[in-house]
Design a protein around this ligand. Structure first.
Ligand SMILES: Nc1ncnc2c1ncn2[C@@H]1O[C@H](COP(=O)(O)OP(=O)(O)OP(=O)(O)O)[C@@H](O)[C@H]1O
Length: 330
């Protein structure tokens, strides 16, 4: 649904806010607390409005900090990458980010937050977000030639129509060998190809490959009583790119995209700990309009923290089944 905007010339009273919240809730709509604005500068549809000025908003750092749990490394790199790219008038090449981690750690979630921030996801702008599901769109290994051509045409056509297009490829670990290299020309440092400029496009790859390596490193840190916040990010990115390149089930096995350094960032999504799963459950209760139920939060998080079997430190499903577990618990 498009945005609903409610405003009046005088400040809303607490009673009015409560009335609006209750009315919207009765229709199944939830108002995020940060959306209630009481003073300038006002934020609306990607704009910052003061009494005298209208300018595009900076990326909402607060959205990330509030919702994405346990992924300080990923959030930090993504924000840096995006703001560098978005502040450049003529980026030299498209921004290419490869997200790696176990299932349910927030890779799709973060990519949808990026889309939301870039396009405010109203129906009209949603056409600039292109999602390729490997399982759905590239399922037959024998059709690789056909897929290569279709993929190139799709990207060329859409970037011609909107240079700031976002392409998300999920389940990269199941991508047929060699297919992703067909987009290599679009990711390179070139001014234009056949009259089309690709520098403003953004490519995101979602991948479970590399998850075991990331977990191994995080666990090693934990066992040596070091904080996961102190894992050196450059080192981890380097290890990841090597691991992916060598892995026949990563979609990037011996890929030229890696060889030619066209992937700008390998982004690690750390395994989620018990305390992060608790945060997910709490957030899910809020989204489902239910009160914080400490017992339930602990029960769900304890059941999900299952790896390694002795320490039960991480959830091997991340927060993936939290929503359904919360819903089932009603
Ligand atoms: N780090 C996180 N912080 C907050 N919520 C999260 C996080 N990770 C996952 N979630 C919640 O779990 C849901 C499922 O996660 P998501 O689809 O992003 O996982 P994924 O890493 O893309 O998994 P897969 O590799 O299986 O596709 C999200 O929609 C979100 O509600």
């Amino acid at each position: 649904m498009d945005d609903i905007f409610i405003a009046q010339s005088s400040l809303f009273t607490e009673q009015q806010v409560t009335f609006l919240n209750n009315t919207l809730q009765s229709k199944g709509l939830v108002v995020a607390p940060e959306k209630i604005q009481r003073a300038a500068p006002w934020q609306y549809l990607g704009l910052t409005l003061t009494d005298t000025l209208v300018r595009p908003q900076k990326l909402h750092l607060w959205i990330w900090k509030r919702k994405v749990f346990g992924q300080h490394l990923a959030v930090q790199i993504v924000l840096r990458a995006l703001s560098t790219n978005l502040h450049s008038k003529q980026p030299k090449k498209p921004l290419v980010m490869s997200f790696h981690g176990w299932t349910g750690t927030g890779k799709s979630f973060v990519s949808s937050i990026i889309a939301e921030n870039l396009y405010q996801l109203n129906a009209w702008r949603r056409r600039f977000v292109h999602h390729f599901s490997t399982v759905l769109h590239f399922s037959h290994g024998s059709h690789v030639h056909l897929y290569k051509e279709q993929l190139q045409n799709w990207i060329r056509g859409n970037v011609s129509a909107c240079p700031r297009s976002l392409f998300i490829f999920s389940e990269m670990d199941q991508m047929p060998h060699g297919l992703i290299d067909s987009i290599l020309p679009f990711l390179s440092y070139r001014d234009e190809i056949d009259g089309v400029y690709y520098g403003k496009a953004i490519f995101i790859f979602l991948n479970n490959a590399g998850g075991d390596k990331i977990t191994e490193i995080a666990l090693d840190y934990w066992r040596r009583l070091k904080r996961r916040e102190d894992i050196p990010v450059e080192e981890l990115q380097d290890l990841l790119s090597k691991d992916i390149f060598r892995n026949p089930n990563s979609g990037f096995f011996q890929s030229q995209l890696i060889q030619k350094n066209l992937i700008d960032y390998f982004i690690p999504f750390l395994p989620l700990e018990y305390k992060h799963v608790k945060q997910c459950v709490r957030e899910e209760l809020r989204v489902q309009g239910r009160p914080d139920e400490e017992e339930l939060i602990t029960e769900i998080a304890s059941a999900m923290a299952d790896y390694p079997s002795e320490e039960r430190l991480y959830s091997s499903k991340g927060c993936k089944t939290v929503a359904s577990r919360v819903a089932l618990s009603t």
